[in-house]
Design a binder for this molecule. Structure first.
Ligand code: CA
Ligand code: CA
Length: 233
């Protein structure tokens, strides 16, 4: 006598999804196609799928937080689900891609206003600000500007760079009008004599041979006017 035994194998167990309910991921490393979870099943190979939805909050733009729903299905149609929150973090400072070079300008020229530029690992709209500190020099027209550029990303990470702007006055004054002939009286003579003899100018010889005869005239050119401090008349 023979008999048959029918053995039916069933898989009534759902797959097991192993994951953390809350994970932090560096913003530059986040991959919307990557599962931050694993799945296993006692009987067959299970397939895992997921959908990701952003929600408001956080500093990383355009989205910091995501809700992800994982669904795993085994060969017999058993289904498991797992909900996870993913938060992106940005802890990397921006990097300057351009900083205006140090420069020296004459005091009558405009102060340069060229901006710096910066990039960031996750923020496409880095904010750049600048502030000036003025270091006095030997005169009001001789000083240094220390301009500090600050680049700030969406999460408040910052980088700084400094441009030095030197302001100088290296241009001699220009006489725009003068009296080419000056009449000197006898009363003025002692002071004029001192001034003219201390003048290191091309006409010095002629000037210093002038005598006290009163009145006399002195022919002046612009260079002499610039170098001689004449007494008041
Ligand atoms: Ca199963
Ligand atoms: Ca950053």
């Amino acid at each position: 006598m023979t008999c048959e035994q029918l053995i039916s194998v069933q898989d009534a167990e759902a797959p097991i999804i192993e994951a953390e309910p809350f994970v932090q991921v560096r913003c530059a490393e986040f991959n919307d196609d990557e599962a931050y979870a694993t799945v296993s099943d006692g009987c067959s190979r299970a397939e895992i799928k997921f959908v990701t939805l952003p929600f408001a909050g956080g500093c990383v733009t355009p989205f910091t937080n995501f809700t992800r729903l994982y669904t795993a299905t085994d060969g017999c149609g058993n289904v498991a689900e797992f909900e996870q929150v993913i938060m992106l973090v940005d802890d990397v400072d921006p990097v300057f891609t351009f900083v205006p070079a140090d420069v020296t300008v004459e005091c009558d020229q405009p102060i340069p206003s060229e901006d710096a530029a910066a990039t960031d690992n996750c923020d496409a709209a880095v904010v750049i600000t600048s502030s000036d500190v003025i270091i006095p020099g030997i005169s009001a027209n001789d000083y240094t500007i220390e301009r500090t550029f600050t680049a700030t990303d969406h999460c408040g990470n910052t980088a700084t760079a400094v441009q030095t702007i030197s302001v100088e006055d290296t241009t001699p004054p220009v006489i725009v009008s003068y009296e080419p002939v000056i009449t000197v009286t006898a009363a003025d003579w002692p002071l004029w004599a001192v001034s003219l003899r201390s003048c290191r100018c091309t006409s010095r010889t002629a000037l210093t041979t002038a005598t006290k005869e009163s009145p006399f005239q002195v022919l002046l050119d612009p260079a002499i006017q610039a170098r001689v401090r004449f007494p008041a008349r």
